[in-house]
Design a protein around this ligand. Structure first.
Ligand SMILES: Nc1ncnc2c1ncn2[C@@H]1O[C@H](COP(=O)(O)OP(=O)(O)OP(=O)(O)O)[C@@H](O)[C@H]1O
Ligand SMILES: [Mg+2]
Length: 511
């Protein structure tokens, strides 16, 4: 679809933003080649593409974070040039980047006005005004957090909403959201989608990056597909089918998802892991479950229901958690993080940026660091084995990287994610606790991760799978437990796991 030119006689409206002939080369990667892009006031445009396609790079150019090697960016008709973020903001571009950028020690209000705190008189910061205006923006977006709350005490989702509020507060003409909902469950994502609707209705142009097609259909009129650094096409989201859009994205015919072959899990012998009396106030109350070798157990729950706390407690990362644990039928006297790791319990944390990666280490090292024994020879660490293991993992997970030595921080968001998952696969964990493993990865990588999870279970591991995208649970799990108000409410067994049932059990009204 080409963008229609305005009817003759009327002056062409000034686009909210325009990019022409953008090129950007990183070491070993052509991240953007000859990219043209244009968005009109009041338009919501989705950006879609595989992990590493160049979406965030395009956004960094539009928001002045980086300068293209060649090409030009205009915001509201004015050239951005080398003006950087400051000029982009002056011209009316506000961006929420894929990585959160709040200051955890400060309050919500302070973060919303970071660097632009309102002054009172000559002396100091006008805190009452700051709080008042912060409360207004938060209310406008229907974000229910206190302006006085410390950002570090908020959930990841709440922090994400605060990031959006911060961008909106500037009353931009162009709002850019890079995967704003990847940390959110369906209900919370709705808050963001509704906010985007309201913002665009007031004439603001919105660029919206997401890997969730259902969301794109709700929020945007058209979607620009990026592949290998080039814009492939811009299509009407109502007219194009999902298969067509995915095919554009992959550059090949999209494969239908094959359902996994049904399996039987033997639950007659001792469970691999048993947890009883797990309590972590105020989130979890007297929770117990058994986990069997060879099964994938899903935990369904809304955001804030305690899914992450549950995994963290089991892995030993919540010192306050009370629980008794048995491994292969034997009680574990002190289920500390070190002891759980020694027993073979691995966990991928929800906040990969904060807890998952070592940013400046290479991709290969990041993937193999949890299990040095696997890459050691008789004379200590073997670089040959490390390289082989790294290669193998990168291949199985299709991690897009110029090389295994590339610092992991230089990979696209989704590829960092895949590398962290790879680490725990490499660690040969007997029990794998996966917190949101598919967050931020593209449709194809999701399938690869599902397949890996299933094959690990086939090899005898037990996997606990947490996802805010509840529709993933029936696809991968042998059993699903739903969590609500700190307790398990229902248990579903394959093949009788349906999205409707899970939704009903997680969203049931509070009593
Ligand atoms: N600072 C950097 N240094 C080196 N390479 C980089 C840097 N930033 C991005 N790249 C590379 O540029 C390419 C495009 O990355 P980009 O982050 O734009 O992808 P993306 O489409 O946003 O992917 P995702 O969906 O995973 O977030 C990738 O191959 C990435 O590894
Ligand atoms: Mg990105």
């Amino acid at each position: 679809m080409t963008i229609p030119s305005p009817p003759p006689g009327r002056p062409a409206p000034v686009p909210a933003a325009e990019a022409s002939g953008l090129n950007k080369q990183y070491p070993g990667v052509r991240a953007l080649s000859d990219v043209d892009f244009r968005i009109e006031p009041g338009e919501v445009r989705a950006l879609l593409g595989r992990n590493g396609a160049g979406k965030s790079t395009l956004i960094r150019m539009l928001s002045g974070v980086e300068v293209p090697d060649s090409g030009e960016v205009r915001i509201g008709g004015e050239t951005l040039g080398h003006g950087g973020v400051r000029r982009a903001v002056e011209l009316g571009a506000a961006t929420v980047h894929q990585e959160l950028s709040l200051v955890p020690e400060m309050t919500v209000a302070e973060n919303l006005f970071l660097g632009e705190w309102p002054r009172s008189g000559l002396s100091g910061v006008d805190f009452p005004r700051m709080r008042r205006e912060a409360a207004e923006v938060l209310a406008e977006l229907d974000v229910r957090v206190s302006p006085e709350a410390t950002v570090g005490s908020l959930s990841l989702a709440e922090q994400q909403l605060v990031e959006i509020a911060r961008a909106v507060r500037r009353r931009p003409r162009l709002l850019i959201l890079d995967e704003p909902t990847s940390a959110l469950a369906a209900g919370e994502a709705r808050t963001v989608l509704e906010a985007v609707g309201r913002i665009s209705a007031s004439g603001v142009a919105v660029i919206y990056v997401s890997h969730r097609l259902d969301e794109i259909r709700q929020v945007a009129r058209s979607v620009t597909v990026v592949r290998d650094g080039s814009v492939v096409d811009t299509v009407d989201v109502q007219e194009a089918t999902t298969t067509q859009i995915v095919a554009l994205m992959l550059g090949q015919a999209a494969r239908e998802q094959e359902p996994f072959a049904p399996r039987t899990v033997d639950r007659s012998s001792a469970p691999l892991l048993s947890v009883r009396g797990l309590t972590l106030a105020p989130k979890l109350e007297d929770i117990g479950f058994d986990l069997y070798a060879g099964e994938v157990l899903g935990i369904g729950g809304l955001l804030g229901s305690g899914r992450s706390e549950l995994l963290r407690s089991v892995a030993g990362f919540e010192p306050e958690a009370e629980r008794t644990v048995a491994f292969e039928g034997r009680p574990v006297a002190r289920p500390s993080a070190a002891e759980m790791k020694r027993l073979g319990v691995g966990m991928t944390p929800e906040d990969r940026k904060g807890e998952g990666i070592v940013p400046l280490l290479g991709v290969g090292e990041n993937m193999t660091m949890a299990w040095f024994a696997g890459i050691s020879g008789r004379a200590g660490l073997s670089s040959r084995r490390a390289a082989e293991a790294g290669d193998e993992l990168a291949r199985r997970l299709a991690v897009k990287t110029p090389g295994l030595d590339t610092p992991i921080v230089n990979l696209s968001g989704g590829n960092q994610q895949k590398a962290v998952i790879g680490r725990w696969l490499h660690a040969r964990s007997r029990v794998l606790l996966l917190d949101e493993p598919t967050r931020g990865v593209d449709v194809e990588a999701k399938q690869q991760i599902y397949r890996l999870i299933r094959s690990l279970a086939d090899e005898g591991a037990a996997v606990v799978f947490v996802s805010g995208e509840l529709e993933e649970l029936p696809l991968v799990c042998d059993r699903v437990l739903t969590l609500q108000n700190g307790r398990f409410t229902r248990e579903f067994l394959a093949p009788d796991i349906t999205l409707d049932d899970i939704m009903a059990a997680t969203m049931a009204v509070e009593v």
